[in-house]
Design a protein around this ligand. Sequence first.
Ligand code: UD2
Ligand code: MN
Length: 343
Amino acid sequence: MRLNYCLLFAVAAVVVLWFVYFNYNCFLLRSGVHDVLESNPSLGKKQHINMDLHFPEGIKYNQPGVSNSRGDITTLTPWLAPIVWEGTFDQSVIDGIYLQQNITVATTVFALGKYVRFLKEFLESAEQHFMLGYRVHYYLFTDNPDEVPTVTLREGRQLIKIKTVSSNRWQEITLRRMEMIEKIIEERLVNEADYIFSLDVDTKFYGHWGAETLADIVAVLHPGYFGTGRTGFPYERRPESVAFIPPEDGDYYYGGAVIGGRIDSVYKLAKTCRTQLDIDRANKIEAAWQEESHLNKYFLYNKPKKVLSPEYLWQDFKAKTSEMKVIRFSQVIKNYAEVRPNP
Ligand SMILES: CC(=O)N[C@H]1[C@@H](OP(=O)(O)OP(=O)(O)OC[C@H]2O[C@@H](n3ccc(=O)[nH]c3=O)[C@H](O)[C@@H]2O)O[C@H](CO)[C@H](O)[C@@H]1O
Ligand SMILES: [Mn+2]
């Protein structure tokens, strides 16, 4: 009789324990804690997450047209990557696909030395226009965390400050972004994000920037060289630099102010550019436009899967041209001599 009680008690205990464990797991899944607790998924594995363009039922959207949506500009590269212009995408279709993927977009921003002054407008305007509805984590590299302004962030968005040593050369600050992006992907982002954008801080958002910009690896057309012949691009032209591009080569001139894509692809890009910057340094040569020159070399041989039009990187001093239906992100006017640590 006593044995039966013991047995009953043991069974009851197992049932209770299982119940508690099951509910705890459900709680973890619901709260997304599993994403963090999982052991480091390798960068290779990351590649296969969320690649489907699954579209949920019940969303109303316009029927796609059969002629070009824009007649005034090219909306495809010769390797058939989309060039994202206003009028080429339907935001409700894009959000239908990407909102349900539950993605996290890491955004690296560097504010070293006096560039910390650009943060307020950058962050405030990003909160109005950048990836609204998506989880956004800003990773802010600065040598002066105390001067970072307090900006109210929307739900699901956070800012992580990373104390970083500055340099007395602006060229060094901008080119070192590659190794810092490489490191932070290795150390954190592999577990904390799906996509990443590296953005210049001396900038401001003026219009919608959403999930239409997401792809495996994303480049932006530099507003200063859109429509320029390739021989006029400011590529590195000295063969002694790894960033060298001969005058007969080149697709576009891409801006260094915007780099984006999936974590594993941007990792590959950052690592490659960092390695090539190291080789140049050992050979005592610095490319004409630092990491931007190496970025252009990288994209020449590793074509971007999506190209953002200059709507996604304009310059405040530049008059709007006819093909620019909207300005989404733009470099603010700065006094170079006053904000930079060296000429
Ligand atoms: C529009 C565009 O594509 N701009 C690129 C261009 O000039 P820019 O004139 O845009 O370069 P920049 O002075 O804005 O420097 C690039 C970024 O480095 C950071 N920074 C720089 C200096 C400093 O003292 N503190 C600091 O934090 C900051 O995040 C800034 O946004 O060429 C640079 C490389 O030469 C970069 O590739 C820039 O992205
Ligand atoms: Mn800039």
